[in-house]
Design a binder for this molecule. Structure first.
Ligand code: AHM
Ligand code: MG
Length: 340
């Protein structure tokens, strides 16, 4: 008889984790479930994206007479709706919205969490059928009553209660941490259930990938230029030259590097000293996962999770990967500072 391994679903897993906290009332469990449910609906729409041209173009009516929405707008509305309806969250900051969306309720007590979300990161890749993702961060609110505020969301990453991402790739995965390791769940599309497929994810000990948009090389800080040259040098013992891999979709690039071993770099440039990625929606959650997987994330000078956010959409240079690789970039940045 063929022995099958017992499948652990995402819901089973988070409930089991909740039981490790004697005073937990299940709010985080419900919140993560709300995110997973919205992710499944977004996943369905992404999978159908290639049919949009046949069924009706974006902005026009489709065959059912419904107006087609751009996928990033759809994803944003889906996550906001799920979190609002779920009741465990009192405010959301989304990369798609300028201001905090604060929830109010006349009849129910508002949830004790706030969520920062990039509903569809890398969405410019959709038309090329390239992997994209959702990135989320969960904090406990600081305010005591009413709807959540901007201050609730401007907390440094060290105060994260949970963070994760969903990758819509060759298969769809949800990867998350609540500060006790990183676990990955693959969606079984036939039944619509996330199943534990990657328990206790850690960066592998050996790593030889570097991921950076080298088209910007000329504008990079000296230290990064030197580090890239270091990656390209020949040295058998340290597996150099490293392999260069860059998708241009943060979740996909980071996820590959987590599985195969590699560093992700999005440096500041002469034109944009803070780089491109957003501290709240992209850097902090990925940094939390990187650290929980035995790695490290920095802006080149400071641990990402210790940066105090001042505005919702602020950007930060970002380097994340195995600890020893990030240490090396930091060393180059220190040794080869830019002349001011
Ligand atoms: P977005 O939030 O507008 O989708 O941009 C973020 C994306 C990241 O997923 C990715 O790492 C980066 O932009 C790629 O930028 P670039 O095209 O400059 O290399
Ligand atoms: Mg983004």
């Amino acid at each position: 008889m063929v022995q099958r391994k017992k499948i652990t679903t995402l819901t089973e897993f988070i409930i089991k984790r909740q039981s490790e906290y004697p005073h937990a009332k299940g709010a985080m469990t419900r919140l993560l479930n709300d995110i997973a449910t919205a992710a499944k609906i977004v996943n369905r729409e992404i999978n159908a994206a290639g049919l949009v041209d046949i069924l009706g173009t974006v902005g026009k009516e489709n065959v059912q007479g419904e107006t087609q929405k751009k996928l990033d707008v759809f994803a944003n509305e889906m996550f906001i709706g799920a979190l609002k309806g779920g009741g465990e969250c009192c405010a959301i900051a989304s990369e798609e919205n300028e201001k905090v969306i604060s929830f109010s309720s006349d009849f129910a007590e508002l949830g004790k969490y706030v969520v920062a979300i990039d509903p569809l990161d890398g969405s410019s890749n959709i038309e090329a059928n390239v992997s994209i993702g959702t990135i989320f961060s969960i904090y406990r609110r600081l305010s005591e009553t009413g709807g959540g505020t901007q201050e609730d969301l401007l907390q440094p990453g060290i105060h994260l209660a949970a963070a994760g991402y969903v990758i819509y790739g060759s298969s769809t995965m949800l990867v998350y941490t609540t500060g006790k390791g990183v676990n990955g769940f693959t969606l079984d599309p036939s039944v619509g259930i996330f199943c534990l497929s990657h328990p206790d994810m850690m960066f592998p000990e050996t790593a030889n990938i570097y991921s950076v948009n080298e088209g910007n090389y000329i504008h990079f800080p000296q230290g990064v230029k030197k580090y890239i040259k270091f990656c390209q040098e020949h040295d058998r013992e340290t597996l150099r030259p490293y392999t260069s891999r860059y998708i241009g979709s943060l979740v996909a690039d980071f996820h590959r590097n987590l599985i195969k071993g590699g560093i992700f770099l999005y440096p500041g440039t002469t034109k944009n000293p803070n780089g491109k990625l957003r501290l709240l929606y992209e850097c902090n959650p990925i940094a939390y996962i990187a650290e929980q997987a035995g790695g490290k994330a920095t802006n080149g000078e400071q641990r990402i999770l210790e940066v105090l956010p001042r505005t919702l959409h602020q950007r930060a240079p970002f380097y994340a990967g195995p600890r020893w690789m990030v240490d090396k970039v930091e060393w180059y940045l220190r040794e080869f500072p830019d002349k001011t």
